[in-house]
Design a protein around this ligand. Structure first.
Ligand code: ACO
Length: 438
């Protein structure tokens, strides 16, 4: 079970668990960075005991080569490359290739990947009709999950999870059709006709045009908007074993096809504790504005925990330092708003909130820093997205991470169907009570 990998310098120390008079050795699983693991799979067979860990606070469900996070230091790396370097130098499609295939692509490989994705962005007319038949008031995440599941009906030849060519095809089809589906979901709610992708226009620019072009008008898409959107997608592209990614892996461990697994990930992301915080940040900033812009009073309410008030966009289960993605988004917010000629009072309020929080003992002691969601909503709003589209945009960015994690899980020889144990705390055996006696 021990997986020795060079890189951290020292060998991991195996564990020894004492249970009564017995000592059980727990083999070590070596990490190249971060915490080593202790393998406990044999515990039930040797001791009759299971481990209990609600919320998986201390359980590594897999080993992974994809993403590394050091929450204490505020570090995020995809395949070893720091997020700051990728955001500054790469494109979303290149990062998607990196996550999915493990290495930065050669020029030839990237051209090939981009061309293949570009070729498949079109959605068949029947598919467009299905999307346009959904009620206008449908929640965008409900529509997105259904649309991804619908892909399984349209592309059955790409469904076999054990056929590498089929998985490659499903990968390309998902990457290609995701922007088209999301733009349609946006337009459907707005009551606009659905537009076609244009070959060679560029992946993110195509998405932006299909989303924002008004009927009969040429789309005005400043480079700054397209570049900022590309960067935001990169920042969301993977975040190791979070709730939606673990869902994708769990569903896939039953050898469900890639579409069904990703659709399940979308369902997990739709939960407000996971994908919905960027929307909540905007609501909070608007409340502060509408109540006379009294930031210090709002901060006092948060610190007193009045009515469960929280500073949305602050704090993170893993980062106990500045979220490295938040630092990039903050810089981007200034640039984008200036380029789009948008002034937003909410951005000024956000800056004031951050300044007060970073100097306040309550937030310092609890290691509460801005997370990626603190400034993203402001940028999306400046671009023209309604807040109901923020979580679908998160899903768009996270897609390559979900695909990469699913593929890693499928090709890992140690993968078994995900099946947690439980500790039963219900009634002991009892006899059925007849209808007359109840
Ligand atoms: N505002 C005020 N106080 C906070 C906040 C906050 N945003 N977050 C945590 N605290 C306080 C808690 O009240 C607690 O205080 P106490 O020690 O006096 O009881 C202490 O900090 C520790 O908080 P926990 O709840 O234990 O932290 P946890 O790691 O469980 O929660 C979470 C992390 C859920 C992200 C939390 O910080 C939060 O609710 N933040 C606001 C919502 C948010 O921005 N979510 C987006 C996360 S990023 C993402 O999902 C992409």
């Amino acid at each position: 079970m021990t997986v020795p990998i060079a890189g951290k310098g020292s060998s991991p120390v195996p564990g020894r668990l004492h249970l009564g008079d017995d000592a059980i050795d727990l083999p070590a699983v070596a990490a190249t960075a971060g915490s080593d693991g202790l393998a406990i799979s044999s515990l039930l067979a040797t001791t009759g005991k299971v481990t209990v860990d609600p919320g998986f606070m201390n359980t590594a469900a897999c080993t992974s080569d994809i993403t590394f996070i050091d929450g204490a230091e505020g570090v995020l790396r995809y395949r070893g490359y720091p997020i700051e370097q990728l955001a500054a130098n790469s494109t979303f499609l290149e990062v998607a290739y990196l996550l999915i295939h493990g290495e930065l692509p050669s020029h030839h490989r990237l051209d090939e990947f981009v061309e293949r994705v570009d070729r498949h962005m079109y959605l068949p007319e029947d598919f467009r009709e299905i999307l346009s038949m959904q009620p206008r008031a449908s929640h965008p995440m409900a529509m997105l999950g259904a649309a991804i599941q619908t892909m399984a009906c349209f592309y059955p030849e790409s469904m076999d999870p054990l056929n590498p060519a089929a998985v490659d095809l499903a990968t390309v089809l998902l990457m290609a059709k995701m922007p088209t589906m999301i733009s349609y979901i946006h337009r459907r709610a707005a009551g606009y006709a659905l537009l076609y992708p244009v070959r060679g226009e560029g992946y993110v620019r195509n998405f932006a045009r299909m989303t924002f072009a008004r009927p009969g008008e040429a789309a005005d898409l400043p480079d700054a908007l397209v570049e900022a959107l590309d960067t935001l997608l990169i920042l969301h592209a993977d975040h190791e074993q979070n709730c939606s990614t673990s869902t994708v892996r769990l569903v896939g461990s039953a050898q469900a096809n890639l579409y069904s697994s990703i659709s399940a990930g979308v369902a997990a992301l739709s939960g407000p504790l996971h994908g919905g915080a960027n929307e909540a940040v905007l609501e909070m900033l608007a409340r502060i504005r509408d109540s006379g812009r009294d930031v210090p009073t709002f901060m006092a309410r948060v610190k007193d925990k009045q009515d469960g008030a929280k500073l949305m966009g602050f704090g993170h289960r893993v980062y106990k330092n500045y979220d490295p993605r938040a630092a990039i988004v903050k810089k981007s917010a200034d640039r984008v708003l200036e380029a789009l000629g948008v002034t937003d009072e909410l951005l000024d309020i956000a800056r004031e909130v951050e300044e007060i929080a970073l100097a306040d003992a309550y937030f310092i002691e609890r290691k509460l820093y801005p997370n990626v969601d603190f400034y993203t909503g402001i940028i999306y709003r400046a671009m023209g997205f309604p807040s109901s589209m923020f979580t679908p945009l998160f899903a768009f960015g996270r897609l390559p991470g979900w695909i990469a994690q699913w593929r890693e899980m499928m090709s890992d020889p140690t993968t078994r169907i995900g099946r947690p144990r439980q500790v039963y705390v219900g009634h002991p055996k009892r006899d059925f009570i007849s209808w007359e006696d109840r």
